[in-house]
Design a protein around this ligand. Structure first.
Ligand code: NDP
Length: 291
């Protein structure tokens, strides 16, 4: 069994991005600039935005966080987005989700100029992705592709079972792996799938993205399979200082010995997500997707 080390891959990509940024700056051009809008006081969101800010610093990007109060109205947020769309000194921006309940996430996503949509959530970017056109890829699916690339895992002609059909993970990764170049034969499973166990057990590659701790057990994985665990569930633990630990969607201890490759949780897919945001911001600064 080979452990897929997301931290190692993330650090390697971070070094590549930092080297490119140095070249840009040495050539007299401004460093890429990422802006994050954070509305309200959600603790997890503040942590995520903090990580993004730190990573920007590490690769040499300029970063700005616009902190807006919980009471911000939808109209006020849309006006802020409009200003960022028009600012030449901002290459890309994200609106940290979830938003307070009185604001429509869909309206917000669709208000972002697709050229600056470095989260890759705008329908123009998802539409381009599905059509196989250049686009900003959503972070988690892109992170999974980077892991497969780094470990030179052969996907052509392989069968892949993706469990979970969310817009941010399951559906895009299922689509991407079925495209030319990756050439997988993909089955996208969800809560209404019949014979889910058998489908997963027959797959060469399993991507678990359902958010149910330790759902995938050893009897659901064929010997030699590649297992990518996207799930993150926080559970109480008396063995950690914090009083909780993270579990993936895969029962790691019993599944790992059967696999050819497996991602741990934490330390697998998680560290990759932020790197994809950095990759997209660099692409935005270089005007690589839309010219
Ligand atoms: P969602 O809750 O949006 O979607 C879950 C999907 O799983 C749905 O399609 C649902 O089916 C399906 N599902 C739920 N239970 C079952 C079941 N028993 N059998 C089959 N299918 C099931 O989740 P996300 O995609 O947002 O996230 C999935 C997990 O990945 C979460 O644990 C999340 O925390 C984690 N995550 C991790 C990231 C990382 O960086 N590592 C990034 C993003 C997410 P249906 O559509 O029928 O309801």
């Amino acid at each position: 069994m080979n452990l897929i080390d997301g931290k190692e891959v993330a650090n390697s990509l971070k070094r590549e991005i930092a080297a490119e940024v140095s070249e840009i700056v040495a050539a007299g051009r401004p460093a890429p600039h990422l802006v994050a809008i954070l509305v309200g006081n959600d603790g997890a969101s503040q942590t995520y935005v903090g990580h993004k800010e730190k990573c920007c610093g590490e690769v040499g990007f300029r970063s700005t966080v616009l902190r807006l109060p919980e009471e911000t109205t939808e109209a006020e947020l849309l006006a802020e987005i409009d200003r960022l769309n028009k600012r030449d000194d901002v290459d890309g921006f994200i609106v940290q989700l979830p938003l307070p309940k009185h604001i429509s996430e869909q309206k917000v996503i669709e208000a972002i100029d697709p050229r600056k949509d470095v989260d890759g959530f705008h329908p123009v970017n998802t539409g381009r992705m599905i059509s196989g056109l250049p686009s900003y890829l959503p972070a988690t699916p892109d992170g999974i592709l980077e892991l497969l690339r780094y470990y030179k895992i052969d996907t052509a002609g392989k069968t892949c079972a993706v469990v979970g059909r969310s817009n941010i993970v399951g559906r895009p990764i299922a689509n991407l792996l079925s495209q030319k170049g990756w050439d997988c034969t993909v089955t996208l499973c969800h809560s209404r799938t019949k014979d889910l166990k058998e489908t997963v057990a027959a797959a060469d590659i399993v991507i678990a993205a359902l958010g149910s701790a330790e759902f995938v057990t050893a009897d659901m994985v064929k010997p030699g399979a590649v297992v990518i665990d996207v799930g993150i569930t926080r559970v109480p633990s008396d063995k950690t200082k914090s009083g909780w630990k993270l579990l993936g969607d895969v029962k790691f201890d019993e599944v790992a010995p059967k696999c050819s490759y497996i991602t741990p949780v934490p330390g697998g897919v998680g560290p990759m997500t932020i790197i994809s945001l950095m990759k997209n911001t660099l692409k935005a600064a270089k005007k690589e997707i839309y010219g």
